[in-house]
Write a protein of this length. Structure first.
Length: 85
């Protein structure tokens, strides 16, 4: 799967989690931080992960999510591609 397809799919998943900040999603790039830049609440991160797992049929261990140094679009896409190259 192409990175641009993953980015588009990730944007779809993020819509319900970013509240009134939807316009920020249009300009999201791989360096965009889900929490700092898009306003995803830290309490919603697990729900985002669950939606990603469901959409792409992958499964992440808690340790893999915890190991992310930053929660950027790039780090999420890299994690998805590591499970489904």
């Amino acid at each position: 799967m192409q990175r641009n397809e993953l980015l588009a799919g990730l944007k779809e998943i993020l819509v319900p989690f970013i509240g009134v900040e939807k316009e920020k999603l249009n300009s999201a790039t791989e360096t965009t931080d889900l929490v700092k830049d898009l306003g995803v609440k830290s309490t919603d991160v697990i729900n985002v992960v669950l939606e990603i797992e469901k959409k792409w049929g992958v499964s992440f261990e808690d340790e893999e999510i915890d190991a992310l140094q930053e929660l950027t679009v790039k780090s999420v896409i890299d994690l998805i591609t590591s499970k489904n190259p």
